[in-house]
Design a protein around this ligand. Structure first.
Ligand code: IMP
Ligand code: MG
Length: 193
């Protein structure tokens, strides 16, 4: 038996990966550090952590348990419109939050931000509901592709402008369950040119 979370344990999916960028241990260490920081910053505020399904699920689950103060969690689900609408970051809310957010401290939790278009649209939507505060926490950040400036209060890791999978991030719905993050081999993933 290989070690729990060892890359080789993920046989078929591991075979599709050319390089591991972040190990499960590195990811967990970052998550714990971020959780501790959030626990200090939001003490006494009972913040609401907001995530967008589905990519954020592993990060949200780990982050929640690394936070040592009372928090609440809720999720939104979205679908993209046409390519043109997507350019504006416009999305359809398939599932909205279940609780009112006016006057509350909100922490928007993301798996990855690249252009920032979708996130910008969702932040605008939430801001219109008058929360006491609205900040962003992302596990992975692709600065190079950013089209809109979004202040990040908490950040796990910066990424190069490359397509990665694992820790919630998928390619055609696959690889979300990898506890580490890696690059796919060229015959598995061809970037759009
Ligand atoms: P954007 O910030 O609005 O451009 O959208 C970011 C979304 O693109 C994320 O929520 C992911 O679903 C997806 N995405 C961006 N980069 C990657 C990647 O490297 N791997 C997997 N999904 C990605
Ligand atoms: Mg996402």
């Amino acid at each position: 038996m290989s070690e729990p979370f060892a890359p080789e344990a993920y046989g078929e999916m591991f075979d599709d990966v050319s390089q591991i960028l972040f190990t499960a241990e590195q990811i967990q260490a970052r998550v714990v550090a971020i959780g501790q920081q959030i626990s200090r910053d939001y003490a006494g505020q009972n913040p609401l952590l907001v995530g967008v399904l589905k990519g954020v699920v592993p990060f949200m689950a780990d982050l929640l348990r690394a936070i040592t103060i009372p928090v609440e969690v809720d999720f939104m689900a979205i679908t993209s419109y046409s390519a043109a609408a997507r350019h504006e970051g416009m999305v359809r809310l398939e599932k909205d939050l279940e609780v009112p957010v006016n006057g509350r401290s909100l922490l928007f939790v993301e798996d990855i931000i690249d252009t920032g278009l979708t996130l910008n649209y969702l932040l605008k939507t939430l801001r219109a509901r008058n929360p006491a505060s609205l900040d962003v926490c992302t596990m992975f950040n692709k600065e190079k592709l950013r089209l809109i400036d979004i202040p990040l209060r908490y950040k796990g890791f910066d990424l190069p402008d490359k397509f990665v999978v694992g820790y919630g991030l998928d390619y055609r719905e696959k690889y979300r369950n990898l506890p580490w993050v890696g690059l796919l081999k060229p015959h598995v993933f061809q970037p759009k040119s």
